[in-house]
Design a protein around this ligand. Structure first.
Ligand code: SF4
Length: 149
C-alpha cells in the first residue's frame, strides 16, 4: 500500500479503518488509484474481481443472494421503465438531436480545416507559392494531433 492509499485510512482504537468516503476529496481518490466511474461500473468491476477477471464466470454466477447479483452485467434492473409519453417525446426529439449533432460535426470540421492550413504550411512557403513537402510522416488527425493506434 502506497502513501496515497494509506491516506484513505484512519486510526480507530489503534487499528487502521477506512475513512468516510463522503469526506475524501476527488484528488485523494485519484492519487490512491481510483478513477471516476458510475456505481454500476463499480459493481461490474467488483464482480469481475470476484471472478478472477473472467466475464463468463460473472455471467454464470450462482450467488443469487449476493447484493451485486442483479447488477453483475452492468445494468440496473430496478430502473423505471419509461412511460409511453416519455418514449414518444424522446422519439419526437430524435430528429432535432441528430441535426444538432450533424451541425456540431460540421462546425468542428470547418474549424479543423482552417487550423490544418495554418499549421501544416510554413509561412515562408505560403509567401513564395512553393509546394510544402512535409518531412514528418506521422499520421495526424484533422487538428494536427498525432493519431494514436
Ligand atoms: S454477484 Fe457473483 S460475481 Fe458478483 S460479487 Fe456477487 S458473488 Fe461475486
Amino acid at each position: 500500500m502506497n502513501g496515497a492509499q494509506q491516506a484513505l485510512l484512519e486510526k480507530r482504537d489503534g487499528s487502521d479503518v477506512g475513512r468516510d468516503p463522503r469526506k475524501v476529496n476527488r484528488e485523494e481518490l485519484i492519487a490512491a488509484g481510483h478513477q471516476p466511474k458510475s456505481p454500476l461500473k463499480a459493481l461490474r468491476l467488483r464482480c469481475l474481481d470476484c471472478c478472477a477477471d473472467q466475464p463468463s464466470e460473472v455471467r454464470l454466477c450462482t450467488a443469487v443472494r449476493c447484493a451485486n447479483w442483479p447488477f453483475r452485467l452492468g445494468t440496473n434492473p430496478w430502473r423505471k421503465e419509461p412511460t409511453d409519453a416519455q418514449r414518444e417525446r424522446a422519439r419526437s426529439l430524435m430528429p432535432q438531436r441528430r441535426a444538432g449533432v450533424g451541425n456540431q460535426r460540421n462546425a468542428r470540421s470547418e474549424n479543423a480545416m482552417s487550423e490544418v492550413a495554418a499549421t501544416t504550411l510554413p509561412a515562408a512557403k505560403l509567401s513564395t507559392g512553393k509546394t510544402a513537402v512535409l518531412q514528418d510522416q506521422t499520421p495526424r488527425c484533422a487538428t494536427g494531433g498525432e493519431v494514436l493506434r
